[in-house]
Design a protein around this ligand. Structure first.
Ligand SMILES: [Zn+2]
Length: 255
């Protein structure tokens, strides 16, 4: 069982028609969807499934199921060709049946916040690499939480970031945002669900949603907090963000 993931064709699609292919405790699975599942620290989408023309059933989370393992030396191991579960209340499950035509609509305000949040934390990663003069800083990450209000990474560092370095990180990230640098997402040559993220000369594997360029993030503040001897939590906040809701559209843009 697999769901066609329309977000890989267009990350700003806010709705789609779909056919139900499975209904179970984990949720409703369709042949295709625009809803982005939880993964890589980013929380799952929420929204509505529309049945019988106009009956709206809320889904409160989106989860990825089990599929094929994509195993390559130049990419982190991920699951591909998976089903996507739209998580609805248990009592709403009986309203769905296999073969039913429905519409999937995501909460674009939440998606836009999660997208800003994910992009912001990538810029922080870029800044940490630059300031520490060290490549592949992501290998020190022990946990990630990309939420609507902020994004954070927990690092295991031999030597934690100090106040002066934190000031430089704030300066660097806000400069990249002011410069409105282009952000590109592109697939691995062997697998379209294995995606790379690129901004300036920084490239990393990424399982999230992103903005077309850095200006949308708005000014950020990066803070640090000790979580133990070698554990440091780096959080990025974007209190003045103007959500780029106009990037989202109803029909696929062919780019
Ligand atoms: Zn990412």
């Amino acid at each position: 069982m697999r769901t066609e993931k329309l977000y890989y064709e267009d990350y700003f699609l806010k709705e789609c028609e779909a056919t139900v292919i499975a209904v179970g405790k984990q949720g409703v699975v369709c042949d295709q969807t625009v809803a982005f599942p939880e993964g890589g620290g980013q929380e799952g989408d929420r929204g509505f499934l529309i049945i019988n023309e106009n009956e709206k059933i809320a889904f409160t989370d989106t989860q990825k199921g089990v599929g094929d393992v994509f195993l390559e030396q130049d990419f982190p191991t991920i699951n591909v060709n998976t089903p996507i579960y739209h998580c609805v209340a248990e009592e709403a499950l009986e309203k769905f049946e296999v073969g039913m035509k429905i519409k999937v609509c995501i909460d674009i305000e939440r998606r836009a916040r999660l997208t800003v949040s994910h992009t912001a934390i990538h810029l922080v990663l870029m800044a940490i690499e630059k300031i520490r003069g060290e490549k592949d800083i992501i290998r020190y990450v022990k946990g990630a939480a990309i939420k609507e209000e902020d994004a954070r990474l927990d690092f295991f560092f031999r030597e934690k970031l100090n106040d002066e370095q934190l000031d430089k990180i704030n300066e660097y990230v806000n400069q990249i945002i002011a410069d409105d640098c282009k952000i590109e997402l592109y697939p691995h040559a062997k697998q379209k669900e294995a995606v790379y993220w690129k901004c300036l000369d920084y490239i990393c594997a990424c399982g999230g949603t992103h903005l077309p360029s850095t200006k949308y993030v708005g000014a950020v503040s990066v803070i640090k907090k000790s979580k133990g001897k070698n554990l440091q939590r780096i959080t990025v906040k974007f209190p003045n963000v103007q959500l780029p809701l106009d990037l989202y559209h109803e029909t696929m843009s062919l780019s």
